[in-house]
Design a protein. Structure first.
Length: 125
C-alpha cells in the first residue's frame, strides 16, 4: 500500500454511514450481506447505501457480487490488513513490541514485497 491508497481508504471510512456499513460488513465476514439487509441494518435507503458502498469500493475496501437477483457486499479483508500495516510499519520509534502483531505483519511486508500474494503467510527463513 502506498500513501495515496491509504488516504483513499481513510477518506472513504471518514464518514459516519460508510463507517457503519464497513463495520457491519466486517461483522458479516467473507460471505457478506445482501444490499437490502445491509441497508436495513445500517438504517439507510438503498440508494444511499449504493452511494456509500461505491465510495468504499473505489477505495478497495469492499467488493460487490451478484447472486441471482441480489447484490451481496463483503469486505476486502486484505485491504484492511494492508492499511493497518501501512499505518503501523514504523511503529513506536523502534519498539515494535508495543504494536504486537500489527508490527510483525508490517515487518513481513517490508522484508517480502510479495507477502500479500502468498498463501502460507509464514515468515521467511
Amino acid at each position: 500500500m502506498n500513501e495515496h491508497d491509504a488516504i483513499s481508504a481513510l477518506g472513504a471510512l471518514a464518514q459516519e454511514s460508510r463507517l457503519q456499513v464497513y463495520r457491519r460488513l466486517m461483522k458479516a465476514g467473507p460471505e457478506g450481506i445482501s444490499a437490502g439487509d445491509l441497508a436495513e441494518q445500517v438504517g439507510v435507503s438503498r440508494s444511499s447505501l449504493s452511494f456509500h458502498v461505491a465510495q468504499l469500493e473505489r477505495a478497495g475496501l469492499v467488493q460487490a457480487r451478484r447472486q441471482h437477483r441480489n447484490i451481496f457486499y463483503s469486505v476486502e479483508i486484505d485491504a484492511m490488513r494492508q492499511l493497518l500495516a501501512f499505518l503501523t510499519q514504523d511503529c513506536c520509534n523502534g519498539n515494535p513490541d508495543i504494536c504486537g502483531d500489527l508490527a510483525d505483519t508490517a515487518a513481513m511486508r517490508r522484508i517480502d514485497p510479495e507477502y500479500d500474494q502468498r498463501t502460507d503467510k509464514e515468515p521467511l527463513a
